[in-house]
Ligand binder design. Structure first.
Ligand code: SAH
Length: 205
């Protein structure tokens, strides 16, 4: 997976490649999906959601330039797979998930595998988690109609947020950066397709 899907497509961050080499992705999907766990596409998880294609996870995390001292907010924990990769890369991870059933399962898996610097919170991640803000990086794993202002507000000076922005069918990855003076800039990366971010500053149900 790491050589064929990530290195060959231009993922160069060696810390990230090492983290994705070491996290056992099959542990985050059901046993019936084990044969697909390392495949080059999203894999179904309960509640009609998916764990994203490994390449797109790598592209997002590379763009966010996660550093060992960073505090990271992840929106859309899903299976907890990306949470585990973030746990290896960063100092602390807060992962939000809208479905309590997914949040509980992700929390159990992360605990069983020993990823200790992680807190999984059930709630509407389109509003972020102001209790622990600001964050050095925010990764949103569900598609938003626009950059949620609440999330931009929770970025620390020098912070980076990566998120898919578009309609329900297709999106582009955007990198939102806050400079040391507090200014915000937005850069468009590549096309992608995510499940929708459902919430107050996402899509309405
Ligand atoms: N990175 C995850 C991807 C999960 S898919 C993984 O590797 O498994 C996206 C997730 O976002 C889904 O589980 C969905 O329930 C969740 N989601 C959608 N809207 C949300 C919101 N407003 N707050 C938190 N989670 C949300």
């Amino acid at each position: 997976m790491v050589d064929r899907q990530l290195r060959q497509r231009g993922i160069r961050d060696e810390h990230l490649l090492a983290a994705m080499e070491q996290v056992p992705r099959h542990e985050f999907v059901s046993r019936e999906r084990w044969s697909d766990a390392y495949a080059d596409h999203p894999v179904g998880i309960p509640e009609q959601q998916t764990t994203s294609q490994p390449y797109i996870i790598a592209a997002m995390l590379q763009a966010a330039q996660i550093k060992p001292q960073d505090r990271v907010l992840e929106i859309g924990a899903g299976s907890g797979y990306q949470t585990a990769v973030l746990s290896v890369l960063a100092r602390q991870v807060i992962a939000m998930e809208r479905y309590a059933s997914l949040a509980d399962a992700a929390c159990d898996t992360l605990e069983r595998l020993g990823y200790g610097n992680v807190k999984v919170v059930t709630g509407d991640g389109s509003l972020g988690y102001p209790e622990s803000a600001p964050y050095d990086a925010i990764i949103v794993s569900a598609a938003a109609p626009r950059v949620p202002p609440a999330l931009a507000d929770q970025l620390a000076p020098g912070g980076r947020m990566v998120l898919p922005v578009g309609d329900a069918h297709q999106q582009v990855l955007q990198l939102v950066s806050r400079d040391e003076q507090g200014g915000i800039s937005v850069q468009t990366l590549e096309g992608c397709r995510f499940v929708p971010l459902i919430g107050e500053q996402g899509f309405k149900t």
